[in-house]
Design a protein around this ligand. Sequence first.
Ligand SMILES: Nc1nc2c(c(=O)[nH]1)N[C@H]1C(S)=C(S)[C@@H](COP(=O)(O)OP(=O)(O)OC[C@H]3O[C@@H](n4cnc5c(=O)[nH]c(N)nc54)[C@H](O)[C@@H]3O)O[C@H]1N2
Ligand SMILES: Nc1nc2c(c(=O)[nH]1)N[C@H]1C(S)=C(S)[C@@H](COP(=O)(O)OP(=O)(O)OC[C@H]3O[C@@H](n4cnc5c(=O)[nH]c(N)nc54)[C@H](O)[C@@H]3O)O[C@H]1N2
Ligand code: SF4
Ligand SMILES: [Mo]
Length: 679
Amino acid sequence: MPGDVRVLGACPLDCPDTCSWVVTVRDGEAVSMRGNPDHPYTRGALCVKVNRYLEHSRSADRILYPLRRVGPKGSGRFERISWDEALEEISVRLRGIVEEHGGQAIWPYLGTGSLGYLQGCEGVAGRRFWNMLGASRHWLNICSTAGNTGLRLTNGTPGGMDPENFALAGLILLWGTNTLTSGHHLWKFIQDARADGAYVVAVDPIRTRTADQADEHLAIRPGTDAALALGLLHVVLAEGAQDEEFLAAHTEGWEDFRAEILECPPERAARITGIPAEAIHRLGTRLAHTRPTAIRATMGIQRHAGGGTALRTIASIPAVTGDWRHPGGGVAYSTSGHVHLAVDTRDDLLPGPVRTLTMTRLGSELADPDSVKCLWVYAANPAGSTSDGNAVRAGLAREDLFTVVMEQFPTDTVDYADIVLPATMQTEHVDLHAGYGHLYLLWNEPATAPPGECLSTTETFRRLAAHLGMTEPSLFASDLELAEELLSSGHPSLEGVTLDRLRKEGWARMNYPTPFAPFAEGFPTGSGRMRFPPRGKAYVPPRSSLTDDGLVLITPAAHTFLNTTFGNNPELLRRAKDPVVLVNPADAAARGLTDGQRVRVRNAVGEFLADVEVSDRVAPGVVASPKGRWPKLSPGGANANAVVEERDADLGRGAVYHDNRVELIPCADPGTRQYPGGT
Ligand SMILES: Nc1nc2c(c(=O)[nH]1)N[C@H]1C(S)=C(S)[C@@H](COP(=O)(O)OP(=O)(O)OC[C@H]3O[C@@H](n4cnc5c(=O)[nH]c(N)nc54)[C@H](O)[C@@H]3O)O[C@H]1N2
Ligand SMILES: Nc1nc2c(c(=O)[nH]1)N[C@H]1C(S)=C(S)[C@@H](COP(=O)(O)OP(=O)(O)OC[C@H]3O[C@@H](n4cnc5c(=O)[nH]c(N)nc54)[C@H](O)[C@@H]3O)O[C@H]1N2
Ligand code: SF4
Ligand SMILES: [Mo]
C-alpha cells in the first residue's frame, strides 16, 4: 500500500538462526512480519513460532505498566504504579540492601529471552549498573557452557564451520541436534548437499522429525556420544584414513589420543552406546572415505554429566580426518566464537572482587536466607526454565527476598515479583545481533512505539542509574553510542561493517572468506595447535548410567515454543496439545501404561504430569517430554524442570537437562488446566 514503510529487524530469540525480518508498518501499526528474502541464511522464512510474533506482541496479557505486588508471593496479584513510584521503591530497597548486606546480596539474573548485544545477554545488558553496586556476578550456564568449554579446550574457540558450507559436504552427521525444530534454516544447505549426493545421518536418542528425514538414524544411548566418536575413529585408523600431515602440523597430544582410540573398537563403543557394532563400522568406513564430512552438534548433546567432553572428543574427529582443511568439513556448534564485537562490561567500575552465582543453582542459593537479598530477573523465566523447579519456587516465595522482574508477559516468575517492570519487545526497541549459527551481524530497527509504558532494558537501567544519583558517564550511553562502541573492536572480521551500513541494509556478513575453512592453517590455541583430550579424559559417562532404576528423561526443544517464550500463546498451545511423555512400547507394557494415559513423571526432586504417548521414537529405557511449558498453564502446575536435578556437567558448570532418571506412575487425578482462551 502507498505509505507503507518497510522496517528491517532481527529475531532476538535463543536460536542459532538469528533471522532477518521485514516488518511492514502502516499508520504507525506493524501490519505484517516476514522473513527477509534478501538475507542469505533467512531466505524469506521465519518459523512456526515467530510467524506469530506480531500477534504475540499485541496479546491481551502483555504487561504494559509497572506493577507492585498486593497478594502473597506466587499469587500474581498486583496494582499498577507509576515508573517514578517503581524507581523510588527500588532505589530505597537497593540502597538498604547494599548498606546492610553489601552489593553481593544482589543477584542480577539475566536469561536468554533476548540475545541482543544491547537489550539481552550477549552484551550482558545492565552489567555496568550492577558493577557500580558491587552486585554478584551471574554465570549464564543454562544453555551452552559445557560445550563451549570443551571446544575451547580443544580448538581454542567454540567457533567452527560456517554452517552455510554444509552445502559442500559429502557426509553430514546431525549429532545431537534437531535441525528441523531448533534451527531449521540449516536444512536448505543440507538439502543442497544432498542434491550433490551427500549422505545424512542423525545421531539422537529420539527419532525426531529431523531423524525421520535423514538417510540413517542411530538411536544412541543418552550421554554416550564420546564413546561413539572413539569407535568411529577406531575404524578410521583401521582404514588408514587419518591425515598424518594435518596431525603432525596442527595438533598436539595425538599419540595419547591414538592410544585412547585403539582401546575403543566398535564392539566396545556398541556396548556403551547401544548402537550395533556393524552400524558403527559402516559409518566409520564412510567417515574414513568421505571428504569433506560436516558435523552439526548443538546444545542438546551437552546437557549431560559428560557433555563438555562429548564436544571435545567429537571435535577431535575432523583433526584426525583432516576435514578442517576443507570448507564443508569440521564441526559446527556455535559460530559465537567468530564474533568479535567489543563488549565492554566495565568491570573496572566494581568496588572490589565479587563472587559469581550460577544460574542452575538458583534454588539452593535462595534457600540460604543470608546469601541473596535481591533477585533481579530480566529476559529470563527461572520458575519455568531452571533446574529443580520446586526449589526455585520455594526460594522465590521467601518473604524477605526483594524480587524485581522485567518482563513482557505474566510468567510464573512474575507471579513472585515484588515489583514488575514492563519490557519492550523486539519490534519496539533497537538492538544489534550476531547469530550463533551463521556469520552475519544484524541490526534491529524498532518498527513501532512501545505500547503502554514499556521500556527497553537499556533505558530501564539508564533511568535507574539516574534515580540512584549515579554520575558515571558510561551508564548513560545512548543505544546508538553503545552500538558504535560494539563495532569498534578493530577486529579484521568487522572491517567495513559500520553502523550506517547496518542501519541501511539491516545485516552484513562478517569479513570471513566464502567458503570458509577456519582451521585449515591452525587453531587459535596459543600454540596454534589443536589439543586432543588427554589420556583418560576422552569419555565421561552420563550420570544416568550409574543406575538402571527408572527411565532416562530427555527434555528437548518443543516445536511450538522457544524455551518458555510463546508458552502462553493460545494458538501455539493449541497446536502443542497437552504435555506428553514419549514411552517405548516395552516400557509402557512393563508398567501397564496405555496411550493417552496421564502419568506422574517423578523422581526424588519432584514430579510433573504428562500424557503417555506410546512410541518407538524412543528406545527402551528412554523417555522424552519437550521443554517450554509454563508451570501454571500445565496440568498439576509443574513442568519438566520439576525433575531436573541441580547438578553440573563435567565442564563449564553446564546444565544437565537430559541426564535425569524418572519413574512413571499412573495418575488418578488428571490435574487441572488453565489454558488462556481454553476450557
Ligand atoms: N522450536 C524450538 N527451537 C529452539 C529451542 C526451543 O525451545 N524450541 N531452543 C533453542 C535453544 S535455547 C537452544 S540452546 C538451541 C539448541 O538446542 P538443541 O541442541 O536443539 O537442544 P535439544 O532439543 O535439547 O537437543 C537437540 C537434540 O539432541 C538430542 N539429545 C539429547 N541428549 C542427547 C545425547 O546424549 N546424545 C545425542 N546424540 N543427542 C542427544 C535430543 O533428543 C534432541 O533431539 O535450540 C534453540 N531452538
Ligand atoms: N528442562 C529443560 N529446561 C531447559 C532446557 C532444556 O533443554 N530442558 N534448556 C535450557 C536453555 S538451552 C535455555 S537457553 C534456557 C532459557 O531459559 P530462560 O533464559 O529463562 O528463557 P525463557 O524461558 O525463554 O524466558 C525468557 C523470558 O524473557 C522474556 N523476554 C524476552 N525478551 C525480553 C527483553 O528484551 N527484555 C526482558 N526484560 N524480557 C524479555 C520473555 O518474555 C520470557 O518470559 O532454558 C533452559 N531450560
Ligand atoms: S526462532 Fe529461530 S528460526 Fe524462528 S525466526 Fe527466530 S531465529 Fe528464525
Ligand atoms: Mo539455549
